[in-house]
Design a protein around this ligand. Structure first.
Ligand code: TYD
Length: 206
């Protein structure tokens, strides 16, 4: 049987990596056959694209180039890593996916939903996630929690105004796609992890 595909989304500092690590521990204890991967990256070619996108020195990169590079890394990662794992019946847990492009490039960069949907049509039509966990915390609170942004990271060093637009983009996606479920993450990381686990159970993922 084909495996399930779940993605994690959220603003910078929302705690995706921590939550994915805590979930992995639970999945391992349960004996679930799963892989954890991430975007942009997750495969050799896509990791090389990731370096170009996030390089803080690449300040001449135009918004369209940025969006296309994310889409290029995505399709490579889908074909090389995600699809074979799903075909082998594994659960795929991915840190960020196409909703990041819709929120960051579509909403915050202002390229619009239509443009981003078009360049990501394969991801949206052929590989829609079974469930997307949106870790819901606004960027002002998240940056406070992680003590500021990483200034070597081209995306993270965009100002708070940019990241608030990303957050607005995510909230609009929540209304549009029933597969996206918000998990409030103002409490401890363990409390949030319990909520994520309960959600996966509720949705029949595990
Ligand atoms: P990363 O260091 O993985 O950030 P985080 O730990 O917050 O996930 O860097 C990924 C960055 O790329 C992050 O700033 C979000 C951004 N991004 C986009 O703008 N569009 C996309 O499609 C994806 C996948 C990520």
């Amino acid at each position: 049987m084909r495996g399930k595909f779940i993605t994690f989304e959220g603003c910078e500092g929302s705690g995706k990596s921590t939550q994915i690590r805590l979930l992995s521990e639970k999945l391992t204890a349960l004996g679930v056959d799963f892989i954890v991967t991430r975007e942009p990256g997750g495969s050799d070619v896509a990791e090389q694209i990731r370096k170009i996108i996030l390089d803080g020195g690449n300040d001449k990169m135009c918004d369209e180039c940025e969006a296309l590079l994310y889409a290029a890394a995505r399709i490579q990662h889908l074909k090389e890593i995600v699809e074979p794992a799903l075909a082998a019946g594994k659960l795929v847990v991915c840190d960020r996916y196409v909703d990041s492009s819709l929120a960051y490039q579509g909403a915050a960069r202002g390229l619009g939903e239509k443009y981003v949907e078009e360049i990501n049509s394969a991801a949206l039509k052929d590989y829609p996630p079974d469930l997307t966990v949106f870790l819901n915390i606004s960027p002002d609170k998240a940056f406070e929690r992680k003590h500021g942004a990483d200034l070597n990271d081209r995306m993270e060093k965009q100002g708070l105004e940019f990241h608030m637009k990303v957050y607005g983009g995510y909230l609009a996606l929540l209304d549009k796609y029933p597969r996206i479920c918000a998990v409030e993450c103002g409490g401890t990381k363990w409390e949030t992890s319990e909520k994520v686990f309960a959600l996966l159970k509720d949705k029949g993922i595990i």
